[in-house]
Design a protein around this ligand. Structure first.
Ligand SMILES: [Zn+2]
Length: 57
């Protein structure tokens, strides 16, 4: 799941709009389907940390 950094909307990665459409190369950012905020791709390290600390959520 991705949480939009702007509006806080949570959506699945495949639900988001991939790519910024501006940079012309495979862009890894994912746009929020609600507010179109461009969320930067989440580094793998952060995902790992979330797994470790996200057990009580
Ligand atoms: Zn949003």
């Amino acid at each position: 799941m991705i949480r939009c950094g702007y509006c806080g909307h949570e959506f699945a990665e495949e639900e988001g709009i991939k790519g910024c459409g501006k940079c012309g190369k495979p862009c890894r950012s994912v746009r929020c389907p609600r507010c179109f905020y461009e969320n930067p791709p989440e580094p793998a390290v952060v995902k790992k940390l979330k797994k470790v600390f996200g057990k009580n959520s």
